[in-house]
Design a protein around this ligand. Sequence first.
Ligand code: SAM
Length: 271
Amino acid sequence: MIQDLKHIIYNTVIEANRKMTPGEVEKAVAGAAGIDRKTVKLAIKDLVSRGELGYTYLYGASFLEMSFDRPVRLSKRIVIKPPERAYQSQPGGVVVDIAGGAAFGNGAHPTTSLALKALDFVLSNNRRTETTAPLKGLDMGTGTGVLAIAMAKLGVREVLGLDIDPCAISEAANNIRLNDLTEQVAVSGMALEQVRTCFSVIVANLAYPTLRRLAPLFSAKMEKAGVLILSGFKGSASKDLMEAYSEHGFSVIREEMDLQWVCLVLRDHQT
Ligand SMILES: C[S@@+](CC[C@H](N)C(=O)[O-])C[C@H]1O[C@@H](n2cnc3c(N)ncnc32)[C@H](O)[C@@H]1O
């Protein structure tokens, strides 16, 4: 299969702001790539047979979505899988079990995978892990709990996941149990303002206006020289966010893009 066509199909499925039927994907991809629908249909069939895309059924219609019913590697060390599937991790690897559900964060969205890659980077380069006080992590807008769980498995001793959605809180709690991390990871619906702890690592995959608004609060809740990972926004918002966070003592140490999505890693420079 032509690699470009595969990417166009993936991007169409991932970027859609609603579920798309196979027919809608075929039509959109054929139009975008200037290819006949029959070729696109065959390419989709191939991706489904390899387990990379899958069908979901809802209210009598079928939709085409990224398939996460098998282990999927999302960063150098992190693999996400459904709890019922076995996977033998490489030494040093991290396997995160995420049960199917309604909350955001099964790993399919670029904003989640960018945040996971950033966590992998930050926590493999953080020499404080073994030498000083145990790291404390915050996952703001935890969804399924995927980032909070990954943080704990990458060495953060104490992690808090916050979310405003009760469904997300319940699913995150279930995933934390499935990963045997109830001693290490807590999830709550409380407001960050009410949390007394400060954190050495904060990750937030949230919409741009929320990220912008949270700059002073993240700064207040950040330990000296802590690391902040921001995901969930597009390239057009990147410069503005960098400026907003630099006013609060942060500077960018890493920037990565996937499709139009951007993920920033910032370090706190307050004295
Ligand atoms: C894009 S999802 C990210 C989920 C997961 N962390 C991931 O990276 O895949 C954003 C989550 O943040 C939650 N959320 C939105 N605004 C929030 C806020 N102000 N405080 C806490 N959680 C929020 C939503 O309910 C949703 O579960």
